[in-house]
Design a protein around this ligand. Structure first.
Ligand SMILES: *[C@@H]1O[C@H](CO)[C@@H](O)[C@H](O)[C@H]1NC(C)=O
Ligand SMILES: *[C@@H]1O[C@H](CO)[C@@H](O)[C@H](O)[C@H]1NC(C)=O
Ligand SMILES: *[C@@H]1O[C@H](CO)[C@@H](O)[C@H](O)[C@H]1NC(C)=O
Ligand SMILES: *[C@@H]1O[C@H](CO)[C@@H](O)[C@H](O)[C@H]1NC(C)=O
Ligand SMILES: *[C@@H]1O[C@H](CO)[C@@H](O)[C@H](O)[C@H]1NC(C)=O
Ligand SMILES: *[C@@H]1O[C@H](CO)[C@@H](O)[C@H](O)[C@H]1NC(C)=O
Length: 217
């Protein structure tokens, strides 16, 4: 965000008394600057990516080798950043023959909109801290070896449009909280070991266009 340079001292020097509203606006824009300064720190993003890398135990295609200090992390294979603040907005590592587990540190990529780790060999559970990714719109983890239950905390990803978890080893019921994802248009859960009844709350998802029913009772 481009803010006007503070012209207030000049106004005082030239004897023109500034309008009080202008002063208020000025204070407001300074406080905006101060608060975005905290968000601007992209060290957390780099650390999160390095943690993510450290949980990959096999990388036969060597895709993660570009994730090194000779390149800015925005240039690492699969990483997309916002142009302005260089924060990670996308992670696309689809079909890269990666073996490992998903580090909970991904949840620190607070500007993440797009996460596609589909068609690899990710094991372990979906970290429930992913519920903290409030900007996430697309999550595709299909065709992996993911176990455990779908975390109910994913319902906190209120911008989620596509939740694609098919072809894994997920178990237990669909958490009813997912009915809170009002923007959800695709929910793919087939080829898992999900059981139980279809939660009534999912019927409240008016944007839902395709739901691939997983229920195997
Ligand atoms: C870092 O990544 C770049 C781009 O893939 C590569 O050319 C370079 O050899 C890598 N450096 C190391 C030390 O692996
Ligand atoms: C990032 O996430 C991890 C695990 O969820 C957490 O332990 C860590 O404190 C977080 N914060 C930073 C700034 O990396
Ligand atoms: C999810 O990933 C799978 C496997 O890579 C792909 O076939 C599918 O089109 C993706 N779906 C969405 C909605 O992104
Ligand atoms: C999951 O969400 C609940 C409340 O909805 C919260 O108490 C809990 O700390 C969350 N867990 C994580 C790991 O974010
Ligand atoms: C999933 O179901 C298949 C049969 O449909 C079974 O062989 C397998 O053991 C089940 N896995 C889990 C993790 O429950
Ligand atoms: C569906 O939405 C209505 C209206 O918002 C609400 O009263 C009801 O409890 C919801 N049903 C479920 C099962 O969440």
């Amino acid at each position: 965000m481009e803010l006007p340079s503070p012209t207030l001292p000049l106004a005082i020097l030239t004897g023109i008394s500034p309008h009080p509203l202008f002063c208020m606006l000025l204070i407001f824009s300074f406080s905006l600057h101060a608060s975005s300064a905290i968000l601007l720190s992209n060290d957390t993003d780099k650390l999160a990516l390095l943690e993510f890398k450290s949980w990959i135990i096999d990388d036969t295609l060597g895709v993660m080798s570009s994730w090194n200090d000779s390149l800015h992390f925005c240039q690492w294979v699969g990483v997309s950043c916002s142009r302005e603040h260089q924060r990670v907005t996308g992670l696309n590592l689809k079909r890269q023959k990666l073996v490992g587990t998903m580090s909970p540190f991904i949840a620190n990529l607070s500007f993440l909109h797009f996460l596609d780790l589909s068609d690899n060999s990710f094991q372990g559970v979906i970290p429930e801290v992913l519920g903290g990714l409030s900007m996430l719109q697309n999550l595709n983890l299909s065709f992996n070896f993911i176990i455990g239950q779908i975390p109910g905390n994913l319902s906190r990803c209120s911008n989620l449009i596509n939740l694609v978890l098919d072809h894994n080893y997920l178990v237990q019921e669909i958490p009813p909280e997912l009915g809170m994802l009002s923007k959800l248009t695709r929910l793919y859960l087939k080829n898992n070991n999900i059981t139980g009844t279809f939660p009534a709350s999912i019927g409240n998802l008016t944007s839902l266009q395709s739901f691939i029913c997983p229920i195997t009772t």
